[in-house]
Design a protein around this ligand. Structure first.
Ligand code: BES
Ligand code: ZN
Length: 663
């Protein structure tokens, strides 16, 4: 059974979506070096010779009485072979031991002759890595270039890391179960079989049948409810597999802007609407002004249950966020601006492999701070960036600057789980490198224009740092001429391939007016004998959250403080020590642990019981494990009580910290 040329029309692969407005002359696309296909060591698939034109998922979700539910699926892959004979008669997809495949088949061309059920193909799952397996499918014969194939795979997704099942107790409302998927980096291979590599982009659609009383949402450009509790989704722009996401739960929505709504469990929807009503559109408009058209149609935000392991996840059209963002005062909107920034950097221009993750996150941090500067001004943005720099400092102190993960381009060897390489370097060192490029240009609006041209040049593509930097030098020929890529100490190659503290740091001094008072106050609190008069003269009641965060970072850096100081600080500032804001709670808990303030250990416990964000959870377990006997006991006690609520990846990282699993 062979599907001949032109069975059905194949859509064009590249360059769809509205064109970005051009602010500066752009180098001829042909002048930009042609890219070699990228090998992704984290994918078991034979994606190379294929284009995935479209993926359709037919899903049925049901909830068991307790614990895990069931996800039964059929994936239909519409493929075009791009190279003769490549890969022989075998096609390999990424999958996972938790994905039970019952059948693979080759469908006849639509409308053509042949059995509609298709021709069953031999299929075998083979080990690949700790985080996935390889699904070998034997085709009737080696395909030829240009040939179109439609494969269907019937499967059931079990207890894999990509599909999370929550019991009613693990939700905010505590009434109904909930399921969500998290794809980045390599988890979606336990949700559906695919080319699970960011180097491959495709459009997708899905139908999802859910039980009565539940709603399904996905990262898709269109959403429609049909009869029988079946939801239909279409993503009309090509995206990588990691951006496909699904939630099924008792969720409702409320409008917060002309193209935005918030989704949350009914008990959170009022708070969610209040937090972001009328503010999202401005972020989008500023983003469009800076980086070009927003191509995704809607921008909605879904507030996840407390165990969601990230602050935010940029699933296109529908950002997933932690409910910790519901601070009541919009103070954590930087996370939303960050995820919106991925609409251009990450979702439109995508890292071709996880070793180039800084292209997603470093450019996004830069874009986030550009938007923030336009909306909130430079001083505030520099203050926020200073707290980011403190995170990078903490990370590099903990790992040693020379750690191989402290370079922008990470070598991910076969067998290494890309998720295990996650750290602050791609974010904050990446931010420094992009800031350095802007510094080389020396003119903000010229650099903004470059970013817009960059997005326009590489939109809907997956690229490497060589593409980015090649384009930069083509765009600014006078800089290329000057050899800015090889200035001693600042070589582009050094930035990418040498671990260590960034050789260039952007000037954050415009934030001094906000940072200075916090630094001075921290000095006062670190003194051996406290100058209470000077301390009481400082009124922190009017400080913004990030000023307090910055202050606490300073205190943490100086900790342990002289005996008794933290206790007094706690008493003096209930705004800090009794804060509900998650960023403040994290820092306060870190201070409590570093100063061995046993009287407030319950705050660490409460915070870890209240949410499961990885970036909050791991630093606290590290601090507890590195602390006193009592702190270690607290770690064990807290982990045994909360482990079932944590995302399985987070669980495993905590186990490593506590020596409960092999490192
Ligand atoms: N894409 C990331 C989250 C992510 C990274 C998930 C790697 C899985 C693997 C997201 O955009 C992110 O960076 N979130 C941050 C937001 C912060 C930098 C403002 C977070 O969750 O803390
Ligand atoms: Zn990000």
């Amino acid at each position: 059974q062979e599907c001949g040329d032109g069975c059905f029309a194949a859509p064009p692969r590249r360059g769809r979506g509205p064109g970005a407005a051009m602010a500066a002359p752009v180098p001829d696309a042909a002048a930009v070096r042609a890219r070699a296909p990228v090998r992704d060591a984290a994918s078991a698939s034979s994606a190379g010779p294929w284009s995935l034109l479209h993926l359709h998922l037919d899903l049925r979700v049901s909830f068991a009485a307790a614990g895990a539910g069931r996800l039964q699926g059929r994936a239909r892959l519409e493929l075009r072979c791009e190279r003769d004979g490549a890969g022989g008669a075998e096609l390999r997809l990424d999958a996972h031991p938790a994905l039970a495949v019952s059948r693979a088949a080759l469908l006849p061309p639509p409308g053509g002759p042949g059995d509609a059920a298709g021709q069953t193909l031999p299929v075998e799952s083979r080990p690949f890595a700790s985080y996935g397996s390889a699904l070998h499918i034997t085709l009737p014969q080696a395909p030829r270039a240009g040939q179109l194939l439609t494969l269907v795979i019937d499967y059931e997704a079990g207890e894999g890391p990509g599909v999370c099942w929550l019991s009613p107790e693990q939700t905010a409302g505590k009434q109904k179960p909930y399921m969500y998927t998290q794809g980045q980096a390599v988890l979606n291979r336990s949700f559906f079989p695919c080319f699970d590599t960011p180097s491959v982009k495709f459009t997708y659609s899905a139908t999802v049948k859910v039980p009565e009383g539940f709603t399904a949402v996905m990262s898709a450009t269109s959403w429609e409810k049909q009869k029988d509790n079946t939801f239909v989704f279409k993503m009309s722009q090509p995206i990588p597999s990691y951006l496909i996401a699904l939630v099924v739960g008792d969720i409702v929505s409320a409008d917060v802007g002309p193209r935005s709504r918030v989704w949350a469990e009914p008990c959170l929807i009022e708070a969610a609407k209040k937090e972001y009503d009328g503010v999202i559109e401005e972020f989008l408009v500023v983003g469009e002004k800076l980086f070009g058209p927003y191509v995704w149609g809607r921008y909605d935000i879904l507030f996840m249950p407390p165990s969601f392991p990230f602050g935010g996840m940029e699933n296109p059209c529908l950002t997933f966020v932690t409910p910790c963002l519901l601070a009541g005062d919009r103070s954590l909107a930087d996370v939303i601006i960050h995820e919106i920034s991925h609409s251009w950097f990450g979702n439109l221009v995508t890292n071709a492999s996880w070793g180039e993750f800084w292209l997603n996150e470093g450019f996004t941090m830069y874009a986030q701070r550009r938007i923030s500067t336009e909306v909130y001004g430079l001083p505030y943005t520099c203050l926020e960036a200073a707290t980011g720099r403190a995170l990078l400092r903490q990370h590099m102190d903990a790992t040693g600057e020379d750690h191989p993960l402290n370079k922008l381009r990470v070598v991910i060897e076969p067998g290494i789980n890309p998720d295990d390489t996650y750290n602050e370097t791609p974010y904050e060192k990446g931010y420094c490198f992009v800031s350095y490029l802007a510094h080389l240009v020396g003119n903000q609006s010229k650099f903004d224009a470059f970013l817009q041209a960059y997005v326009n040049r590489f939109k809907f593509q997956s690229i490497t740092a060589d593409d980015t930097l090649g384009f930069f030098l083509e765009y600014f020929p006078e800089l290329k001429e000057k050899g800015v890529d090889s200035i001693p100490g600042f070589e582009f190659d050094r930035w990418l391939n040498t671990p260590g503290w960034p050789p260039y740091l952007p000037d954050l001094s415009p934030g001094q007016q906000l940072m200075r008072p916090a630094e001075e106050l921290a000095e006062l609190w670190a003194a051996d004998s406290l100058n209470m008069e000077a301390i009481e003269a400082v009124d922190i009641m009017g400080w913004r959250t990030y000023q307090l965060v910055y202050f606490l970072d300073q205190i943490l850096q100086k900790s342990p403080l002289p005996e008794g100081n933290v206790k007094r600080l706690s008493k003096m500032y209930p705004k800090i020590s009794k804060a509900q804001n998650a960023e403040l709670r994290l820092r306060w808990c870190q201070i409590v642990l570093k100063n061995n303030l046993e009287a407030e250990y319950s705050k660490v416990k409460d915070f870890l019981h209240s949410q499961g964000k990885q970036k909050y959870t791991l630093p606290l377990y590290r601090a507890m494990w590195g602390g006193s006997e009592a702190a270690r006991a607290l770690a064990m006690e807290t982990f045994s009580a909360t482990a079932p609520q944590l995302h399985v990846n987070v669980q495993n990282y905590v186990k490593k910290i506590l020596g409960l699993a092999e490192a």
